[in-house]
Design a protein around this ligand. Sequence first.
Ligand code: C2E
Ligand code: MG
Ligand code: MG
Ligand code: MG
Length: 292
Amino acid sequence: AAKTKGKNRYHCFDSQIEKHIIQREQRLDRIQKAIRAGELVLYYQPKVNMATGEVIGLEALVRWLHPEHGLLPPGDFLPLIEGHSLSIELGDWVIAQALEQLDHWYKQGLELSVSVNVSNMQLEHDRFVEKLRTQLGYYNNLPNSLLQLEILETGALENTNFVSATMNECRQMGLQFALDDFGTAYSSLSHLKKLPAAYLKIDRGFVKDILVDADDRAILEGVISLANAFQMKLIAEGIESVEHGTALLQLGCQLAQGYAIARPMPAADIAEWLRTWKQPAAWRQATVSTAK
Ligand code: C2E
Ligand code: MG
Ligand code: MG
Ligand code: MG
């Protein structure tokens, strides 16, 4: 009897794993189908200089326009494909799509820069540079400098020599880099020195409590001097209120992105947003008073 029981237990265990594997396969198939059927869309979120009111660029953020579940954020499907070859396929699609949009705006006379998020797997893929070169080659008139690549601090720190070589090749093509979610990994300053990124994006986790938390303000001040020391430009993420922006300006950080400026939006809404956006008066005043 014990033997049968044991056998059953194994059987049960096996079938659960099997169920899991099948479920995962089905989800991956569904995402692959979504990429190929054109169900993914890029939304764009503006980045501005709070001190001058100038729009410095847009970040492309992927969404899944699911026929049954509606608009899904990347957190609902990117984790499922992390480390899987589908993340390369998705990444290629994102770059192709962003370039097509960039070229479209450029031809209309909108000289906007667009940044795309590049996953660690994508960045470490041996054909990354070659594929990028091919994709850029389709747009002869478009300045490559309008495309920016946002790479995760974790990715940049894992394989520093390979990654910095890749970054240098891209830079030779005119592309610029931003280190995304800065501050969330164990960054080593000696590694940071090897990474030719023009921008540091400080994670919104450090920004959200600056109005109430003196420690977070101190961390921000540290990151601002770090960025200055490395001659990198700092972009603060997650500016959810005008007051957050004002506080950042007072600390010396001018570039920002967040809901208080604009939420990510479809490409078709960008021109209208550019026409109507105004720098908040408080930011103008904060800039004048810190300049004195
Ligand atoms: P991220 O690159 O750090 O992008 C910023 C995220 O913060 C976006 O979330 C944006 O919508 C959100 N955000 C912007 N301003 C605010 C704010 O004021 N408050 C709050 N609470 N959130 C704000 P989203 O679009 O859900 O993307 C999440 C993450 O998914 C991105 O973080 C990025 O790591 C990843 N991701 C998005 N698109 C792509 C892509 O095309 N490829 C890859 N590899 N990753 C992507
Ligand atoms: Mg990003
Ligand atoms: Mg980020
Ligand atoms: Mg983030």
